[in-house]
Design a protein. Structure first.
Length: 416
């Protein structure tokens, strides 16, 4: 869907030498719908006009590939996925350096943005985007099944999770102790929090593959073993979140680790048979502590080829302000501002225990949930293979060694 929106504006403002029309390309998302409704306020304040092109994710990627590669100046502001195409865009110099802009407004306050999302929208030490929608991995669980098993509280550690999942499945083999994504590529993002909590990462500090570190081998074995031993019977190895969520919401699993942004699938009675018994907890701690991902799924950047950067920044400054972030979050869009999460009004529409889990994630979260590379899809196929191997009972350590060699070759090729 393409939506061209050009609302007439009144009032003064704007830079004399710059276009009074800001051309903004956005993805189909509830965030976009909310911003469109609020646009007349911005246009009245600034005297600017905003033209919005709204596209599905695939269309958006296609348009960016064509226009940004051609150096086109007809996009000013762009909504992009920092962890999917952020490195590619920054490396190709498609995204403007926002170092000066983020320091310009005290009321706007860049220091208010969460550390993990800011890390993901920074390239070579320079901010190139402003995070607008965030995600953290949390533990979904069934309060009734825990009570039945004599467990007074959700697991605080991965060891406790393993023991609790095994106990619940042993008591009733028709109910899985644990469910999560199993697909080679799809599982990578949710596996990442296990990897970090064991003390590992996809790449080490020197830029080399770290898939065969002791921490990574332990994480692969743990994740795969948890699903193999306590997961659903005859579990497939091609599940993404819709399949895993369905098992949980149909009452067939006690624990589920997943993005907080999907929580309404579990709490909405129209979608979930267990909506009244679902609880949320922080990601359980591993040997390195609780280190879930805390990321921006979307951000706003300025096209480096834009000839209207001052007014483009005015739009971003307004769209990511405390006021707009609060309004977005009240409608169910998790924002990246700490002050909004600390504001009771900003958390009033979220379950109380989910808010606490998100707050814990923000403090210890890691700013990426997949390898930070240019060819993200290809990398996920490589780093996800040991997950599948571990689920199917193969030697996780050997699988990690094989994947490590393949991933290092991948990294070497990308560096050329």
């Amino acid at each position: 869907m393409v939506v061209a929106m050009s609302l007439s504006a009144c009032g003064g403002g704007g830079d004399d030498g710059a276009s009074k029309t800001v051309r903004v390309t956005l993805a189909n998302h509830v965030w976009t719908d909310n911003i469109k409704k609020a646009l007349p306020e911005f246009e009245k304040q600034t005297g600017l006009k905003v033209e919005i092109t709204q596209l599905g994710e695939d269309q958006l990627s296609d348009q960016y590939n064509v226009k940004l590669n051609a150096g086109s100046a007809d996009i000013d502001v762009m909504m992009y996925r920092p962890l999917q195409e952020g490195k590619l865009f920054a490396k190709n110099k498609y995204l403007a350096d926002l170092s000066a802009q983020v320091k310009s407004g005290k009321d706007w306050d860049f220091s208010d943005f969460q550390a993990g999302p800011v890390e993901a929208t920074t390239y070579e030490g320079k901010p190139v985007g402003v995070p607008i929608i965030t995600e953290q991995e949390v533990l979904y669980y069934r309060k009734d099944l825990l009570a039945k098993a004599g467990l007074e509280s959700p697991p605080k550690t991965l060891d406790e999770l393993k023991a609790a999942a095994a106990k619940i499945k042993a008591a009733d083999p028709s109910v899985a102790g644990f469910v999560a994504r199993t697909g080679k590529s799809a599982a990578v993002t949710q596996f990442s929090s296990f990897l970090y909590s064991f003390g590992g990462d996809f790449v080490d500090g020197g830029g080399k593959s770290a898939l065969n570190s002791e921490a990574a081998k332990q994480a692969y074995a743990y994740y795969g073993g948890l699903i193999k031993d306590s997961g659903p019977a005859n579990v497939s190895t091609d599940m993404s979140w819709p399949e895993a969520m369905a098992i949980f919401t149909q009452g067939k699993a006690a624990f589920y680790t997943e993005a907080n942004s999907l929580y309404k699938n579990a709490t909405d009675p129209a979608k979930s048979k267990v909506s009244d018994t679902v609880g949320f907890a922080p990601f359980p701690a591993g040997p390195a502590g609780s280190k879930p991902y805390s990321i921006p799924s979307w951000a706003l950047g300025i096209n480096a080829a834009s000839e209207n950067t001052d007014n483009a920044w005015k739009f971003i400054e307004w769209a990511t302000s405390k006021e707009q972030t609060l309004a977005q979050q009240k409608s169910g869009v998790p924002g990246a501002r700490s002050s909004v999460w600390a504001n009771p009004e900003g958390t009033s529409t979220f379950p109380e225990d989910l808010v606490k889990a998100i707050a814990a994630s923000e403090k210890t979260g890691v700013g990426h949930d997949r390898p930070l590379v240019v060819k993200v899809a290809e990398s996920r196929e490589i780093v996800g293979q040991p997950i599948v191997d571990a689920i199917t009972g193969k030697d996780a350590a050997a699988a990690a060694d094989t994947a490590n060699a393949a991933f290092q070759t991948f990294l070497d090729d990308e560096a050329k």
